[in-house]
Design a protein around this ligand. Structure first.
Ligand code: HEM
Length: 420
């Protein structure tokens, strides 16, 4: 299928996700070939699903569209650094009822109430993070600000030192990068270091349990089976992995978008209120709807893959059992079925049912409430304590067709005093 206005479709090349997601390709696909048969060098090919309703339908139907063997485009290599070891599988790669039992184990730590209880601590972390740069007048927004928050919060939740959270999160970025950018050896090293660290934490939390998530998992059971060292590692990998560069990229990618829309940045700054008021932000503030719009606009998770369990139909396409079906969240979020005028960044949107955290199926982002609180606290602190905040050079982008966002974004601002 081709037409004169058809852009070259290539959703595999990481170059097509540098600087912005390939919205010209997505728009063409949504209009002309919404369930597109995409070639895959060295692999069987996959269906690229780009419409909002189709993405939601696939994500909500785990019987037809399974998360096993993987949610990544490429199948795990035998003996490779995948997310399963023998019978041990990461929650993200399971389907109900196994998934339901696994998720139940941790879900109460991530409810809106549990996340809200962390608000004062997260506001305190935001103050400390901004304190580290506030006197300098310039810094890198991604490394010095956006990246610090999720690595510190997950470290706190797990019960490990904040500095270790920062190291783990560096390994996460290597694991999420494509082979074009980070070699298999480098990824193997990152994986090995995370494994060794998790083994150490497992032993420590079993001999001296504390009131934290790592202790709960290390001493926990699923169906009367104790969580062993390998299960623990897979939980650890998932939690560190899922909440790290996603949250960072939302803040980095969000500010990149705001620098391109200075009127909206000015409105957001004007509405942000007084320093360290993160816990008070909310009612009446533009921050809540702005965060939803930035989630929609940036869509830090580019895709999740499913595998068809039976022959089925999606739109006008016949999908065969075993086919790979890939949901493109960034495309669904720019579909007019998601919001009106989807190509306009509008921080004031009141109705914004985006799918940046997933389409609402069983795997809907476990950390969505926590992520929103982290993002709100950091934005609040940055917008109020870094006056004149502006871009100070070119952004660098992740080399990934899975996770989207900048790895570097130089900024400058008028220096101010530390608060801590
Ligand atoms: C802006 C930040 C974030 C974005 C955009 C994001 C996005 C997503 C998406 C798209 C999924 C898959 C949904 C699906 O398949 O239906 C997911 C799953 C998940 N996320 Fe997040 N996430 C973010 C932050 C976090 C945080 C802070 C955590 C906390 C540790 C977290 C933990 C998880 C976990 C554990 C899963 C797997 C859930 C399951 O398999 O049941 N995420 N996230």
């Amino acid at each position: 299928m081709s037409s004169p206005d058809q852009p070259h479709i290539d959703l595999l090349s990481v170059a097509n996700f540098a600087g912005g997601q390939p919205h010209d390709q997505f728009a063409w696909l949504r209009a002309n070939d919404p369930v597109h048969r995409h070639p895959e060098p060295g692999g069987p090919g996959f269906w690229a699903v780009t419409r909002y309703e189709d993405v939601r339908a696939v994500g909500r139907d785990p019987r037809t569209f399974s998360s096993s063997p993987t949610i990544m485009l490429h199948d795990p290599e035998p003996g490779g650094t995948g997310s399963a070891f023998g019978d041990h599988v990461m929650m993200l790669m399971t389907d109900p009822p196994v998934h339901t039992r696994m998720r139940r184990l941790v879900s109460r730590e991530f409810t809106p109430r549990a996340a809200a209880a962390l608000r004062p601590r997260i506001a305190e972390l935001a103050t400390g993070i901004v304190d580290e740069v506030v006197e300098r007048g310039s810094c890198d927004l991604v490394t010095d600000l956006a990246g610090e928050m999720p690595s510190f919060v997950i470290a706190d939740v797990l019960g490990i030192p904040l500095a270790d959270g920062r190291d783990l999160y560096r390994h996460t970025e290597a694991l999420h990068s494509s082979e074009e950018v980070v070699s298999a050896e480098q990824r193997g090293v990152a994986f090995g270091e995370m494994l060794a660290y998790a083994q150490q934490v497992y032993a420590a939390k079993r001999s001296a349990p504390a009131d934290d998530l790592a202790s709960m998992l290390a001493n926990g059971f699923i169906d009367d089976q104790p969580i062993d060292e390998i299960d623990f590692f897979l939980w650890f990998l998932l939690l560190v992995d899922a909440g790290g560069d996603t949250t960072r990229n939302l803040v980095g990618g969000g500010f990149h978008a705001l620098f391109q829309h200075p009127d909206q940045l000015a409105a957001l700054t004007a509405g942000a209120g007084s320093p360290s008021a993160a816990s008070a932000a909310g009612a009446g503030s533009l921050l809540g709807p702005a965060i939803e719009e930035l989630l929609r606009w940036v869509s830090p998770v580019i895709y999740m893959r499913r595998t068809a369990t039976v022959d089925t139909r999606l739109g006008s396409r016949e999908i065969a059992a075993g086919d790979k079906v890939v949901m493109y969240y960034g495309s669904a979020n720019r579909d007019p079925d998601c919001v009106v005028e989807p190509d306009r960044l509008d921080l004031t949107r009141s109705k914004n049912p985006h799918v940046a955290f997933g389409g609402g199926g069983p795997h809907f982002c476990l950390g969505a409430h926590l992520a929103r609180i982290e993002i709100e606290a950091l934005l609040q602190e940055m917008l109020t304590r870094l006056p004149g905040l502006e871009s100070d050079g070119e952004a660098k982008w992740m080399g990934s067709n899975f996770i989207f966002g900048p790895t570097a974004l130089p900024i400058r601002f008028r220096p101010g005093p530390r608060l801590g």
